[in-house]
Design a protein around this ligand. Structure first.
Ligand code: UD1
Ligand code: CA
Length: 455
């Protein structure tokens, strides 16, 4: 169900497209559904349907058949599910999920489907110290009799702390017959999905409550505050899982992972780092404070100093063993650093490889460059890789020493072991072993008299 308005988000963006840990809420739900190897998923859309649909189809295709059902207008959760019925086969089990409840785990849903066993009505429930607002599970003895919505509940029913999570597993054939019997004679004038419980009881179909204790798994998002709170809960759990494997986080409360982080042994991560996409950290890697790292592989023993930004996007970034990067460095897509490479402050590297032992320590740009072993690339030097229309490569062979403040106008090759004098603008290939200087010659005028102010 993803048709509701989400008024309390106070946002132009559809609620189910807000992000938790870098992924849309609805995408969390779909990713979980994929793990259940469902026959198909039907997404019920209504409010801002086009936007939601366009997003969903833009996500990488998964092993799941997706369909959309339109709910227009939105007359309640029962009415929502009615719109999906034509797409559902009678011989199956329907699992009803909410697009704004992102953290339900696959094993929990598996257990719920197990309780349904193709013939019962299975409800996911939870005890809450403050159940207000939720539908209450009304029992007689142990047997579930009904779900009563908060607004319809008596004072006595409102004291019930067991709530309905909004998630149920139900045999599709029965669901169809029960939904046909819904009405909207209730406090909200809506067609309540939860009314299927009383029909099940009337038909003698057992209603089972699968009661869990982990509130985060059924927490729904209605407001920016709830979104932020659930984000912190989720991040803390990810941090704990990493620490259980031995990763040392300076502060699990100041750690953000929006994707996948694979850590070798003895990895240390200082405070305030953000990891996105897929990041691999080899044994003994240290990440300094406040780094943002996305789609990168960082090999064993490398050290990333504080305030470094690494974003591999599609092409990825590779940092070799024992490399030193930062502080304040920027590695962009296609940066490939070999072993023991040093990249210092305010150095930007894009689509360039640096072989083992190469160094660019200060204020420099390397774009579309192939840099050989042990090259020393001086402060303030840049590759002029773009002629306004096309990009060209710069090749710097092994052991070249590029002085400070050089402009290497690509395409150009600097021969192995050569030296480039500081301040040179290099437009032609240089010979191996040579000193190449391309700048205005220094002149000195003896006893130069500075101009004086006119009287
Ligand atoms: C629902 C349950 C309540 C439960 C609670 C858990 C009903 C009648 N009540 O209440 O028992 O405790 O969830 O969070 O089901 N939606 C549609 N179309 C609609 C209305 C809603 O698609 O016409 C979607 C919403 O986008 C949302 C989900 O259904 O994803 C739940 O709707 P919401 O309005 O939040 O239901 P609650 O009133 O919270
Ligand atoms: Ca809700």
């Amino acid at each position: 169900m993803a048709a509701g308005k989400g008024t309390r988000m106070k946002s132009a963006r559809p609620k189910v497209l807000h992000h938790l840990a870098g992924r849309a809420l609805l995408r969390h739900v779909l990713d979980t559904a994929i793990q259940l190897s469902a026959r198909r998923a039907v997404i019920i859309v209504g409010h801002q349907a086009e936007q939601v649909q366009a997003q969903v189809v833009s996500w990488p295709p998964q092993n799941l058949t997706l369909d959309f059902a339109r709910q227009e207008p939105q007359l309640g959760t029962g009415h929502a599910v009615q719109q999906a019925l034509p797409l559902l086969a009678d011989d199956g089990v329907t699992l009803i999920l909410s697009g704004d409840v992102p953290l339900t785990q696959a094993h929990t849903l598996q257990a719920l489907i197990g309780a349904c066993a193709g013939q019962h009505l299975a409800l996911l429930t939870l005890d809450l110290p403050d159940p207000s607002g939720y539908g209450r599970i009304v029992r007689q003895g142990q047997a579930v009799q009904a779900i009563v919505e908060h607004k319809d509940a008596s004072d006595e029913q409102r004291r019930i702390t067991e709530i309905y999570s909004g998630i149920m597993a139900v045999p599709t054939r029965q669901l169809r017959s029960w939904l046909a019997r819904l009405d909207n004679k209730n406090a909200q004038g809506e067609y309540y999905l939860t009314d299927v419980v009383k029909f099940a009881v009337a038909d003698g179909v057992p209603v089972l409550a699968h009661r869990i204790t982990d509130a985060a798994q059924v927490a729904g998002i209605n407001s920016p505050l709830q979104l932020a709170e659930l984000e912190r809960t989720f991040q803390l759990r990810q941090a704990q899982a990493l620490m259980e494997q031995g990763t040392r986080l300076a502060d699990p409360a100041r750690f953000d992972l929006r994707g996948q982080l694979l850590c070798g042994p003895d990895v240390e991560i200082d405070v305030g780092c953000v990891f996105e996409g897929r990041v691999e950290l080899g044994a003994g890697v240290r990440i300094g404070a406040h780094c943002v790292i996305a789609n990168a592989q960082i090999a064993e023993g490398a050290v990333i100093h504080p305030y470094t930004h690494i974003d591999g996007e599609q092409a990825g970034v590779q940092v070799g063993p024992g490399a030193l990067v930062g502080p304040f460095a920027r590695l962009r897509p296609g940066a490939q650093l070999g072993a023991q490479v040093h990249i210092g402050n305010f150095v930007e590297v894009k689509n360039s490889s640096l072989a083992a032992g190469a160094k660019a320590n200060h204020l420099a740009y390397l774009g579309d460059a192939t840099v050989g072993e042990r090259v020393n690339y001086g402060a303030g030097s840049i590759t002029a890789n773009y002629d306004g229309a096309n990009k060209h490569r710069t090749v710097i062979e092994a052991d070249v020493h590029v002085g400070s403040n050089c402009v290497l106008v690509a395409p150009v090759t600097l021969g192995a072991g050569g030296t480039i004098g500081g301040g040179s603008t290099i437009t032609k290939d240089t010979a191996p072993g040579a000193l190449s200087v391309a700048r205005g010659k220094q002149i000195s005028v003896a006893n130069w008299q500075r101009p004086t102010k006119k009287k």
